[in-house]
Design a protein around this ligand. Structure first.
Ligand code: ZN
Length: 342
């Protein structure tokens, strides 16, 4: 046997069998704690920023909400911008807050209704559906951080080679991995810093903060929510699946691969660390890169996890007619209602 197809299959089956054995050998809570620390150490950590102050870069009155742009920092020597969308009337009462995390594309402008140059996008929204705007229009304060590696946060080294480089995921991922860190770890650290900032905003009720992420942004959202219980409700779009049927079956960006993670668990069990907190899973029926069959399998496993946690009503799913894109047809209002009830 010169080709390693069967070896890969066998190693995968052995890993899944080891997960089963580890889960049986532990109490439910013991297994959760074990997985949470395995996830934290697999994605790696970064030296926190000390003594930095958030800076407000701009403030623009929009239709029904205020759009601010702020500069934050999660790790020394690196800052990032985030848009903060504040509904009109936010002064009279504290509102729910949402972390809105974009996937591959040109950055947070893509989800707040702007073009890459920062001017208003009056055209039809793309696969991100300007979803941060959809959420602020439903009465939530939204923070949309610029995920590192996209738009203005592509590396100089990539832009010198190609000014239209779609992302810096490859260079960032490979170099961080060589240093025992991951791009997921860096992105999660920044999203959690955006959470710190959002929780401190006077318009926000820190006890009612949720997260919504699409694709690579859903990856960051689930890791952030698994590691930080302050995130009370989560919407994952265009991501939920098994590793086997998504990132093993289809060519994906290297930022989806975390060294060693599958030695601990398959993706549904990792997403299950969010339980018993409310979770909404959304998938396009014809998503070619996170196929719907894998989504259904993962959703069924998550349903079993939620049942074991005594929280089966807290998990909702929507398979919509569409591809790799956001729908929001049920999830936007679900998030508003869920965070209003907390
Ligand atoms: Zn990527």
């Amino acid at each position: 046997m010169w080709k390693a197809d069967q070896l890969l299959n066998r190693l995968y089956e052995e890993a899944v069998e080891a997960h089963r054995a580890a889960a049986e050998a532990e109490s439910r809570e013991g297994r959760r704690q074990q997985l949470k620390s395995a996830l934290a150490s697999a994605v790696g950590s970064f030296e926190p920023s000390l003594g930095y102050e958030p800076v407000v870069l701009e403030r623009v009155q929009c239709d029904g909400y205020m759009r601010e742009r702020v500069e934050l920092s999660a790790t020394s020597g690196l800052s990032f911008a985030a848009y903060v969308l504040i509904p009109e009337g936010a002064k009279s009462q504290q509102l729910p807050g949402v972390l809105a995390v974009h996937g591959h594309g040109y950055g947070s402008r893509e989800i707040v209704g702007l073009l890459p140059d920062g001017t208003e996008d009056h055209g039809k929204p793309n696969i991100h559906q300007h979803f941060a705007v959809q959420l602020v229009k439903r009465g939530m304060v939204v923070i949309a951080p610029d995920v590192v590696g996209f738009g203005e946060r592509r590396l100089d080294a990539d832009l010198q080679e190609n000014p239209d480089a779609p992302s810096s995921c490859y260079r960032l991922s490979t170099q961080l991995m060589m240093l025992g860190k991951t791009l997921t770890g860096l992105r999660t650290a920044e999203v959690l810093e955006a959470l710190n900032y959002l929780a401190d905003r006077p318009e926000v009720d820190a006890a009612r903060i949720g997260a919504m992420g699409f694709s690579g942004g859903a990856l960051i959202s689930y890791v952030a929510a698994a590691l930080d219980e302050r995130i009370k409700a989560v919407v994952l779009t265009g991501f939920t699946n098994t590793f086997k049927e998504s990132i093993f079956a289809v060519h994906h960006c290297i930022d989806n691969y975390t060294p060693g993670l599958l030695a601990h668990a398959e993706l549904p069990e990792l997403i299950g660390l969010i339980a018993p907190r409310p979770l909404f899973l959304e998938s396009g029926q014809n998503d070619p890169i996170f196929p719907v069959e894998g989504f259904k399998k993962a959703a069924a496993e998550l349903q079993a996890i939620y049942e074991r946690e005594g929280a089966s009503g807290q998990l909702q799913c929507d398979i919509f007619p569409g591809v790799h894109e956001i729908s929001g047809r049920v999830s936007y209002n679900w998030l508003r209602q869920t965070l209003s009830m907390e």
